[in-house]
Design a protein around this ligand. Structure first.
Ligand SMILES: [Zn+2]
Length: 121
């Protein structure tokens, strides 16, 4: 099958679902580590809302998001599967929570070898 972003030919077991698209691993990691095309607004809106409330760092995050943040802070780089297990969430749920951290420019995804890791910015 084809990656919907770069049109690379990929095996089905090497595909990743992100934002309703089927992506190859490279595009998936890029999507994780970089705001979506529509996101600059979301990033600056999130930042503006936080500044308005006097929130910096992890202030204003939900307990779940703080838990993710603190785990990454303690561990440094965490493989995606490990964080999914630690948070006892589905990868999709984790993705939703992680998107907020990314929007707030607190954490990001990265790829080392063949594995996807989450780490703080
Ligand atoms: Zn791709």
């Amino acid at each position: 099958m084809l990656c919907e972003k770069c049109q690379a030919d990929i095996a089905k077991e090497e595909t990743f679902q992100h934002g309703g698209q089927t992506l190859c691993e490279d595009c998936y990691v890029e999507a994780l580590s970089r705001p979506q095309p529509c996101d600059p607004g979301a990033v600056s809106a999130a930042r503006a809302a936080r500044e308005l409330q006097g929130h910096t760092g992890i202030d204003g995050l939900t307990p779940t998001q703080k838990k993710i943040y603190n785990y990454l802070k303690e561990k440094g780089k965490v493989p995606r599967e490990e964080l999914v297990k630690y948070m006892q969430m589905t990868p999709e749920e984790l993705q939703g929570q992680f998107a907020v951290l990314r929007h707030c420019e607190l954490a990001k995804g990265c790829k080392i070898g063949n594995k996807i890791y989450f780490t703080l910015m």
